[in-house]
Design a protein around this ligand. Structure first.
Ligand code: ADP
Ligand code: MG
Length: 571
């Protein structure tokens, strides 16, 4: 048996690890299972290239076990294992110098970055966040004796030979008094599902009862036979790791249910991401049905690295408008040990972000081209994402010209070009500017809509919460066009008109009405015009100027809440 002192300059590293990572203790399990997975994959690789010939590789699994009586948690793999020398090297030297570097980096930060720290590859020593003693029993696949390493949370360790026969590693955590939640089955299962649901090696946690098919000739009320089998908590081959050609629509749908078991609504469509140059990225994004309540739909895309769950907050990695989508992104090229602002400035992340935007735009365009009718049907459920994307990402704005739709109050859908063509002869103002009339609420603006339609004008129905911002953007990007809500100004004032207007009111009636209206309607906010709508029985019309209303709306949506519109473009 050998004893030693881990060579670290911080006198006692473990209380420090614990202190700095107070909010992220749970990630120790992810780290240990990642190591077990790496060790298994390494052996698989060696077997493949013929360097581990005499090792029966079989179907290796990883096992997680709770021993309540002894207050220990065990993580057991059938991987490559370590010799005594390797434990000395990889655990005592490398893992702990990593720990030291980590402490150096974060010791002056009082938790402000803890969200990021949780994404950092903390490694083996993160086990000391929850354990006051850690043991490693490991046997290399090479023909060398097994080793037993014990460390009690001081820099002192012991390392001796052990009699483990099978290659692989068992990590034993003696769970600390104040961390006993990690001895609860429910808590461990929760963590396994959160971080390891799609890891590439099967992970066993306890046993379960499986119902077998009834033998032939069994009577109807004979109970079906059962069998105790390993309870495997993960799916080692999730859909995003496969080629799009291997998958059918139903596979994408069932993967969606696997990702979001509580989500009963089917996604509208999916986008399979798959690149390996100049960065590595796989994933599947889904367009869910959108409601106008945008906040509840954020933070649904899950970020993985090599099938290990990292976070479901992808802010800074995908453009903000796409954070409303759902699905999975897996990339080893996203740096995680950095702050969000650094992340946004990172070259690889920028490329990833614009790749995703492009793929989404391409998919929308092909859906539009392939089946316009279906695209129109979906428009109402996807428009918020598209409109917000047009507003915030110029490249997306350009691409969206091809498929963004402008529905009329009667349920026709035009692209912008089609709309322009449709109204160019009939809806221009005195300066020959194209006037696009729209309503935001069919019921409230009913009589204004009717009035405009009676005159043969097209009225769009634009009712998403960010419409005033979008119109502002459209007006500034297109020459010679203005959007006017039907109740903003009497249409007569906007649109060229030949016929003379004949009054239906007597002068006396007009006078009385005028006095009444000036007394009741605040003139600084609204405009009142008598007999503006001459074709029906309206003796007067009250309007709120487009400009004033739009500013008000933009202040409301721009100020806060929705999207936390921090990076809303200046108008
Ligand atoms: P990293 O995984 O980033 O290399 P860790 O601190 O997690 O850092 O682990 C340090 C090293 O210890 C690993 O690189 C590996 O060589 C060794 N190791 C850890 N766990 C195992 C295991 N279960 N089986 C074999 N080797 C392991
Ligand atoms: Mg590791």
């Amino acid at each position: 048996m050998s004893k030693g002192t881990i060579n670290v300059s911080v006198e006692n590293i473990f209380p420090l690890i614990k202190k700095f990572l107070y909010s992220d203790h749970e990630i120790f399990l992810r780290e240990l299972i990642s190591n077990a997975t790496d060790a298994t994959l390494k052996l698989k690789h060696l077997a493949n290239i013929g360097e581990a010939n005499d090792v029966a590789y079989g179907n290796p699994k990883i096992e997680v076990k709770i021993d309540k009586e002894n207050k220990t948690l065990h993580i057991i793999d059938e991987g490559i294992g370590m010799t005594k020398d390797e434990v000395e090297k990889y655990i005592n030297q490398i893992a702990f110098s990593g720990a030291e570097e980590f402490i150096e980096k974060y010791k002056d930060k009082d938790g402000e970055d803890s969200g990021i720290i949780g994404h950092f590859g903390l490694g083996f020593y993160s086990s000391f966040m929850v354990a006051n003693k850690v043991e490693i029993i490991t046997k290399s696949f090479k023909d060398e004796p097994a080793a037993h390493w014990v460390c009690d949370g001081s820099p002192n360790f012991t390392l001796e030979e052990a009699d483990k026969k099978e290659h692989g590693t068992e990590i034993i955590l003696h769970i600390a008094e104040d961390e006993t939640e990690f001895l609860e089955e429910g808590r461990i299962r929760e963590l396994l599902v959160k971080y390891n649901k799609f890891m590439p090696i099967p992970i066993k946690f306890g046993m379960k009862t499986e119902t077998l098919p009834k033998p032939e000739g069994a009577k109807e009320d004979d109970p079906a036979p059962t069998k105790e089998v390993d309870n495997i908590i993960n799916n080692p081959n999730p859909a995003w790791t496969k080629q799009p050609t291997e998958l059918e629509d139903k596979d994408y749908k069932s993967f969606y249910r696997e990702l979001y078991p509580m989500q009963f609504e089917e996604p509208l469509f999916h986008i399979h991401l798959n690149v390996d140059y100049p960065f590595n990225l796989t994933g599947i994004l889904y367009f869910p049905k959108m409601t106008n309540d945008l906040n509840i739909q954020k933070d649904k895309i899950q970020l993985y690295q090599n099938q290990v769950f990292v976070t479901d907050n992808v802010e800074g990695i995908v453009p903000e408008f796409l954070t409303m989508l759902r699905g999975v992104i897996d990339s080893p090229d996203i740096p995680l040990n950095v702050s969000r602002s650094y992340l946004q400035a990172d070259g690889a992340v920028k490329k990833i972000s614009s790749y995703i935007t492009r793929k989404v735009a391409d998919k929308l365009k092909s859906l539009f081209n392939d089946n316009r009718e279906d695209f129109e049907k979906k428009w109402n459920d996807i428009k918020v994402v598209i409109e917000y994307g047009m507003l915030t990402e110029d490249k997306f704005f350009d691409k969206a010209q091809k498929f963004a739709l402008y529905p009329t109050v009667d349920g026709d859908y035009f692209t912008f070009d089609e709309l322009q063509e449709k109204i160019k002869d009939n809806q221009t103002d005195k300066d020959d500017k194209l006037v696009v009339l729209y309503a935001s609420n069919k019921d409230e603006q009913h009589s204004y809509i009717q009035e405009a339609k009676d005159k043969g004008y097209e009225v769009l129905l634009l009712d998403s919460p960010i419409v005033s911002h979008l119109l502002q953007k459209l007006e500034s990007s297109k020459e010679n066009i203005s959007f006017v809500r039907v109740d903003s100004e009497p249409v007569e004032n906007l649109i060229k008109k030949d016929e003379e207007q004949v009054s239906k009111l007597s002068d006396e009636e007009k006078e009385t009405l005028k006095t009444f209206l000036t007394e009741t309607v605040p003139s600084e906010k609204f405009t009142v015009q008598l007999e503006a709508m001459d074709s029906n029985a309206n003796p007067f019309v009250i309007t709120e100027p487009e400009f004033m209303r739009r500013m008000k709306e933009m202040q409301q949506t721009g100020g806060g809440g929705m999207f936390g519109m921090g990076n809303m473009p200046e108008m």
